[in-house]
Design a protein around this ligand. Structure first.
Ligand code: PHE
Length: 338
């Protein structure tokens, strides 16, 4: 004789088996296993059973409940995988994917990264300063008096409040020394601005890496050693480096740096790539005055500084004929450096 619970189970399993969708399955679950479902009702009835019957029916009830839950679960899993394969069936895997462009670093950024990496190996730390400066940082502190032509309105971009776009990154020399006592060994990459007519080799915005090294007994030999090393790391061991006397108000002596390398497209030509020199004592004095101390005593400390033209270096290294290409963002140009 089959127990009514077994009949209930068989009935439930049939119903689950013939459920046509998730909705029908849920209806069956509620009907049998829900709070007031017919199988659950047997749990309530247990109390009324006699001592002998209780364990037998209890065991049966458990088995029935488990069997029905398992059937519900496996049927639900069937529905899920059926839905998935239907969805996938509609997908055409032979269609081409959505093209996704992966960008690359701008050639100037690449140039910066290469240069910074070389200077880091020489122990230089990174320093930074704003593009908008006041005249003192840009000129006065750098021993450049008011009558100097660099301060002319035709040469510099002034803001209505008298501040200006820095004409060189040498402003960061001053900021660095104001912020910390010697010894100093920093490089400062950044943009600089001048009222130059835009042509193949001039741009009103260009880019530099400033360098400043202040310590005891720093000489022109140190400057030459560091920059020759830098140029050879950048352009190859066969690179020739020339230092030509020049004038900057904030260095004495001042030297322009030229490079020439057979490995480069520019071949046999000397190309000017940087200004440099030994920091002028007047610069230390201006910094001391601003700091209100004697930290940069020119009797004790000496230093060298340089400003490398990044655009120029990148043009030489990558054989780029026109400085305007850096700012035009023409993808046909930029893709060549990806
Ligand atoms: N600031 C100079 C320029 O922009 C370069 C320079 C930097 C020269 C440091 C000497 C020392 O041309």
């Amino acid at each position: 004789m089959t127990h009514p619970l077994e009949q209930l189970r068989d009935e439930a399993l049939r119903e689950i088996d013939s459920a046509s969708d998730g909705q029908a399955l849920e209806t069956a679950r509620i009907k049998y296993l829900g709070k007031s479902g017919s199988i659950s009702a047997w749990g309530e009835q247990m109390r009324t059973l006699g001592k002998d019957e209780k364990p037998i029916v209890g065991k049966l009830l458990n088995e029935v409940r488990n069997a029905v839950s398992a059937a519900l679960e496996s049927r639900a899993a069937n529905f899920r995988s059926q839905m998935e394969s239907e969805a996938l069936g509609k997908m055409d895997v032979s269609l081409p994917g959505t093209p996704h462009e992966i960008g690359a670093l701008h050639p100037l950024t690449q140039m910066w990264q290469r240069s910074i990496e070389i200077f880091r190996r020489m122990g230089f730390a990174l320093a930074d300063g704003p593009d908008i400066e006041d005249e003192w940082q840009c000129f006065d502190a750098l021993n450049t008096p008011p009558e100097h032509p660099a301060r002319n309105e035709q040469d510099t971009f002034y803001l209505p409040d008298g501040r200006l776009l820095r004409t060189h990154t040498s402003t960061v020399q001053i900021r660095t020394m104001q912020a910390a006592p010697p010894p100093i060994r920093v490089i400062a990459p950044g943009a600089a601005y001048r009222r130059d007519e835009l042509d193949a080799t001039h741009s009103p915005q260009f880019h530099q890496i400033e360098g400043l090294y202040v310590d005891e007994n720093v000489s022109v030999a140190d400057l030459k050693g560091a920059l020759e090393f830098f140029m050879r790391e950048l352009f190859g061991a066969g690179t020739e480096v020339q230092f030509r006397p020049h004038y900057f108000p904030f260095t004495e002596p001042s030297l322009e740096i030229y490079v020439k390398s057979k490995a480069l497209k520019s071949g046999e030509r000397w190309i000017e790539v940087a200004g440099s020199g030994i920091v002028h004592p007047a610069v230390f004095e201006a910094v001391n005055k601003a700091r209100g101390d004697k930290a940069y005593d020119p009797e004790k400390w000496t230093g060298y500084a340089f400003g490398l033209g990044m655009d120029r270096l990148a043009m030489i290294l990558f054989d780029i004929p026109d400085i305007r290409l850096f700012a035009q963002n023409d993808l046909r140009f930029l893709r060549q450096f990806a």
